[in-house]
Design a protein around this ligand. Structure first.
Ligand code: FAD
Length: 417
């Protein structure tokens, strides 16, 4: 595997602008309906509304009820990547760079805290095998110029005195950050509404409206028709089973279960100040004294049961890393469904049906990838030039093998939506 990321030529997708003048609602037709009120749907709506588009988010439950509300919220562009995932790393790095500006704008537009905390992270190895694996990851991180530092055991314990005495090595990533979804979701909702968009809760989409071959809106469970120029699919793990879309338009997204444990201690004396990760567990401190311990990765369909085995494994590894967790209060156990794709890269761009845009498949990185996804979708909806990263996540890359209706990825030039 290469140790550096081969540069990919930046191509700017150009989309055909909306057929109507932006912002008009003469016949009750919106510019965009966004199905799904997780971090992705809400952020796409906010960025589109900020461009003057008329948008409505339809969420069948409460905003954040899906994977978003469960996420640990690490912004770890390299920490979560594997060798060979160059496209994912590139798009993740772009989004990580955007996060602080995105958070500042969100706080301005919403008047609420965004939950963004640039704490830095320490990736540690607890024995010699883990140390060798960490060294290989360090080489990838160093090649990306992330300002990382290799630390010996003493260096690790100087930064984080609560670490186990058996810590063998560490990598310090001062630039990594976290976002608390419990703050992010209300802030995004307020920002959507403050920018002129709407968020309808307990409003499930059950059918699609078509004008010829083109999707022209959706129908919700209460029988109401919502007409729009475009429909954005942002239903996370449920995107692949969206029965309201014709079968060829359902993208290849599957649920990947993750369990988490939430502990709580004294916010003045936390067991760590940074995000701590090992090969098997991560520990994410929050300002209010909570410590998020995550996460399992399980292929179990739509199962959301928290299991004794999952919790045991997480607590065992947390204790092995930071022994003082034994003294913390166990406050919550959670399970969520990550939207997985065949190559772990999200699907952002034109769907298989005219008028449909996909903003889904963010797997383990949906919080991290929120700014870049929202920017790509908002520019596509507005008919503006898309950011250079857009083609990395173009749905057409998966081709007809994965989803019969998806058109090939562009090699540049125009993309119609
Ligand atoms: P979701 O948040 O799942 O939202 C989809 C929404 O669509 C849901 O609210 C659902 O109710 C709604 N919906 C579905 N069908 C319909 C319908 N027919 N009509 C209306 N609404 C509908 N990512 C990170 O970046 N960092 C992390 O540290 C991190 N940790 C994670 C830990 C765990 C345990 C899990 C499970 C995930 C984690 N993730 C993390 C991944 C992240 O949570 C997801 O990638 C992200 O939340 C996906 O957001 P989304 O908006 O696409 O989906």
């Amino acid at each position: 595997m290469p140790h550096d990321i081969t540069p990919i030529r930046a191509e700017r997708d150009v989309v055909v602008p909306l057929r109507r003048r932006r912002g008009r609602d003469a016949d009750g037709v919106l510019d965009a309906i966004i199905v799904g009120g997780g971090t992705i749907g809400l952020a796409c709506a906010w960025r589109a509304a900020r461009r003057g588009l008329r948008v409505r988010v339809l969420e069948r439950d409460a905003p954040g009820a899906g994977a978003t509300g469960v996420a640990a919220g690490m912004l770890a562009p390299v920490g979560e990547a594997k060798w060979g995932e160059e496209a994912l790393v590139r798009i993740a790095l772009a989004s990580a760079r955007d996060w602080s500006g995105f958070a500042a704008e969100l706080e301005r537009d919403s008047g609420l805290e965004s939950g963004y905390e640039p704490r830095g992270a320490l990736h540690v190895a607890l024995d010699r095998d883990e140390s060798e694996a960490l060294r290989r990851r360090f080489e990838l991180m160093a090649s990306l110029d992330l300002g990382v530092e290799w630390l010996r055991p003493r260096g690790c314990r100087t930064l984080e005195p609560g670490l186990s005495p058996s810590v063998a090595a560490g990598v310090h990533l001062p630039g990594e950050a976290t976002v608390d979804p419990r703050l992010l979701v209300p802030a995004l909702m307020a920002a959507v509404e403050g920018s002129g968009g709407e968020v309808l809760v307990e409003t499930e989409v059950v059918d699609a409206l078509f004008e010829g071959e083109r999707i022209a809106g959706v129908v919700t469970a209460d029988g109401r028709e919502h007409r729009s120029e475009r429909v954005v699919l942002a239903t996370g793990a449920w995107s692949g089973t969206a029965g309201w879309l014709p079968a060829p338009a359902r993208p290849p997204v599957r649920p990947v279960k993750g369990q988490l444990v939430v502990l709580r201690g004294n916010p003045e004396h936390t067991v760590s100040t940074r995000i701590i990760t090992t090969e098997r567990v991560y520990l994410v401190p929050r300002l209010d004294g909570r410590l998020i311990v995550g996460a399992t990765v399980e292929e179990r369909g739509f199962d959301l049961q928290v299991t004794a085995g999952g919790v045991h494994e997480l607590l065992r590894e947390a204790y092995r890393t930071l022994p003082d967790v034994a003294e913390l209060e166990l406050v919550e156990t959670l399970a969520g469904l990550r939207p997985g794709t065949p190559d772990n890269v999200p699907l952002i761009g034109p769907g298989a049906v005219d008028g449909l845009l996909l903003a889904t498949g963010h797997y383990r990185n949906g919080i991290l990838l929120t700014p870049v996804t929202a920017e790509v979708i908002a520019t596509m909806l507005a008919g503006d030039p898309t950011p250079p990263e857009a083609h990395l996540a173009h749905p057409g890359r998966l081709g007809a093998d994965s989803s019969p209706g998806l058109v090939a990825a562009p090699t540049g030039g125009r993309v119609t939506t």
